[in-house]
Design a binder for this molecule. Structure first.
Ligand code: HSE
Length: 372
């Protein structure tokens, strides 16, 4: 029997508790032993909750309980989540998380502590929600040199853009619905401004290229400036505007950026709508692979968190070896030299430009890269 605790009983934490309860038999089969939820740490009280008897407010109870070997951190952010993660790892417990902000900003340090204590720090749920992505990237595609990763990694903005494109819903209405469905961050500006997507592409780049990518230094443009007019013009030729996060290798450097793209009907990302995410990975041996599924929401994210719990049980004796080294800002570019076709517009005039770099796009007010 493996004993677990959940830190934070919000959208993801409550999903983790539900998956552990509802799918106990499947989890036991996959892990080789039952995974029992012993504590839920949250400062709020939930008197009518079926797990009310497990809810405590004092993290040190978990920290000092030697029986608890796995901690699921679903608090989010870099404050108390960082402190509790560090303390749990130092106490010899494996930590699994959906917290992309913490992984992107302190992942290297926390993985270092996990290595010292011979425990696991796993974060499959931090990118792509329920989509199996990080483990396939690092294990199944481990024989490849990764050439490019690009995709839709934020469910909230994809949901908003889908609702705007289909008409009927304003930006505000769509955001409000995304919040009610549990897709949006507590502060949805992290979604709208592209910061959430930026953290996720940094985690993918950390793992793919083995070096730390600092989200603060990545060119990031969100969806706030997308005009209904451009959505309409693009839909006239079957294209959709999507927030795309991209990283890859070119000319001895790694490029990384987040910005809206015009996705043509020929590209597989064109049909990815609502809260779905899709990530295209190109490896030098495998070619292009696409990973698709629910990128946000309580149960899809919990599916990935509990998958990591199973992996932590399976790797109790021999920890999984993942990590990355220090960053090197000399090697990072914002992708402006990347050649692509462009959709450009000034006032009522718009054009689709032949392949060129950003510098050669000329003097247009609006410029979106085209993805074929
Ligand atoms: N706010 C995030 C999104 C949640 O919308 O994708 C999942 O990471």
């Amino acid at each position: 029997m493996a004993y677990a605790a959940i830190l934070g009983y919000g959208t993801v934490g409550s999903g983790v508790a539900k998956v552990l309860t509802d799918n106990g038999a499947e989890i036991e089969k996959a892990a080789g032993e039952a995974v029992k939820l012993k504590y839920i740490v949250d400062v709020r009280s939930f008197p009518d909750d079926p797990n009310a008897d497990k809810i405590i407010s004092d993290f040190s109870v978990v920290e000092n309980d030697a029986e608890v070997g796995i901690v699921a951190e679903t608090i989010g952010g870099t404050g108390v989540a960082y402190e509790f993660t560090k303390r749990a790892l130092l106490a010899g417990k494996s930590v699994v998380t959906s917290n992309k902000e913490l992984v992107a900003s302190r992942g290297r340090e926390l993985l270092g502590i996990a290595a010292e204590k011979n425990v696991n720090y796993l974060f499959e749920a931090s990118v792509g929600g329920g989509i199996p992505l990080l483990r396939p990237l690092t294990l199944c595609l481990g024989a490849n040199r990764i050439e490019e990763i690009k995709g839709i990694v934020n469910g909230t903005t994809n949901y908003i853009l889908t609702c705007m494109e289909k008409g009927g819903m304003s930006f505000e209405e769509a955001l409000d619905t995304a919040q009610r469905l549990g897709y949006a961050e507590r502060d949805p500006s992290a979604d709208i401004e592209g910061k959430d997507a930026c953290r996720k592409i940094c985690i993918l780049a950390d793992l793919a290229f083995g070096r730390e990518f600092d989200p603060e230094k990545v060119r990031t443009v969100g969806i706030g400036g997308i005009a209904a007019e451009d959505i309409k013009i693009c839909s006239g030729f079957g294209a959709r505007i999507k927030l795309i996060a991209r990283t890859g290798q070119a000319e001895g450097k790694e490029y990384i950026f987040v910005e809206p793209h015009v996705v043509m009907p020929t590209c597989m990302l064109n049909g990815v709508s609502e809260s779905f995410n899709a990530i295209l990975v190109r490896g030098n041996a495998v070619g292009e692979c696409m990973f698709y599924g629910r990128g946000a929401g309580s149960m899809p994210t919990a599916s990935a968190v509990v998958g990591d719990m199973i992996d932590a049980v399976l790797h109790r004796e021999k920890r999984r070896s993942i990590g990355w080294g220090a960053g090197n800002s000399d090697r990072i570019s914002d992708g402006s030299e990347l050649v692509s076709r462009w959709y450009v517009r000034s006032g009522e005039r718009w054009e689709l430009l032949d392949p060129c770099s950003r510098a050669d796009t000329g003097d247009w007010d609006i410029k979106y890269r085209i993805m074929d």
